[in-house]
Ligand binder design. Structure first.
Ligand SMILES: [Zn+2]
Length: 260
């Protein structure tokens, strides 16, 4: 970061820091943050402050967002990049929030080249270089069900990270000393294993939506990485280790500190 950017960041953190009481309220509500160290929490508060300053977070369909709701969104959006830096979330500004699941229409071409018009109900969506869209109802649901591995905000932020190298293919730009081949071999094998189990009508321990595409696999597995890392470690050990290298976080260590 150059000296001018650094000065601006210091200014924002100094002048626009999330108020103490509001931060305490949100931290208490986000029980998935339990187990984080004081240093991690302080850093997360700084990142959330920068996120709130840089992004326009607004409701649509007459949906009003309170400051607390904005901080809840910003804090979770910044958890995946806690050790990666706010720079990975640059290049876009809008966070659009619907009161509940929103409908989108898509034209999709099948394997025979026939175009189908498809209407879908979504809880979140991330556009490459465009806005991130959430359903507040689903964000709220995730506050209570995160231990099952669900978090729409982590999911969409994972898509944003994935598309940093141009396309959503389940492999974000990797750090120096991480090997793309090792990533693609481990992720492809796990993705195929998941699809095979589903085709054979076996039960799976993760949301079957992960089997939709490599991009969804990365996004869904990122949700589990932060919310239910024990499931990934037990059933997808090599993918879990690679996600640990990528996100540079130790979610299992945090889980071990939580008294359920
Ligand atoms: Zn997705």
């Amino acid at each position: 970061m150059n000296i001018f950017k650094r000065a601006r960041v210091i200014y924002i953190l100094h002048r626009h820091s999330i108020e103490h009481e509001l931060w305490e309220t949100v931290s208490d509500k986000l029980t998935l943050l339990q187990g984080m160290t004081a240093v991690e929490m302080a850093h997360l508060r700084e990142l959330a402050t920068l996120f709130l300053h840089e992004k326009n977070i607004y409701g649509v369909q007459d949906f009003h967002l309170s400051d607390e709701m904005r901080v809840i969104i910003a804090t979770q959006a910044c958890l995946p990049i806690l050790s990666l830096g706010i720079g990975l979330l640059s290049g876009w500004t809008d966070v659009i929030v619907y009161p509940d699941a929103f409908q989108v229409s898509r034209d999709e071409r099948d394997e025979f080249g026939v175009v189908h018009h498809d209407l879908r109900l979504l809880s979140g969506e991330a556009w490459s270089r465009g806005p991130v869209i959430f359903s507040w109802q689903d964000i709220q649901k995730d506050l209570h069900r995160w231990q099952q591995g669900h978090n729409v905000i982590f999911h969409e932020i994972a898509h944003k990270l994935d598309t940093l190298n141009g396309s959503a293919n389940g492999m974000p730009p990797l750090h120096y000393a991480m090997h793309p081949k090792q990533w693609s071999v481990a992720f492809s094998a796990a993705y195929e294993r998941l699809n095979q189990r589903l085709q054979q009508h076996h039960g799976v321990c993760v949301d079957s939506y992960a089997a939709t595409s490599p991009a969804e696999f990365f996004a869904v597995f990122s949700e589990y990485f932060f919310c239910a890392p024990d499931i990934l470690q037990e059933h997808f050990e090599d993918v879990f280790q690679l996600l640990k290298l990528y996100y540079r976080q130790e979610p299992l260590l945090r889980r071990s500190k939580i008294r359920f």
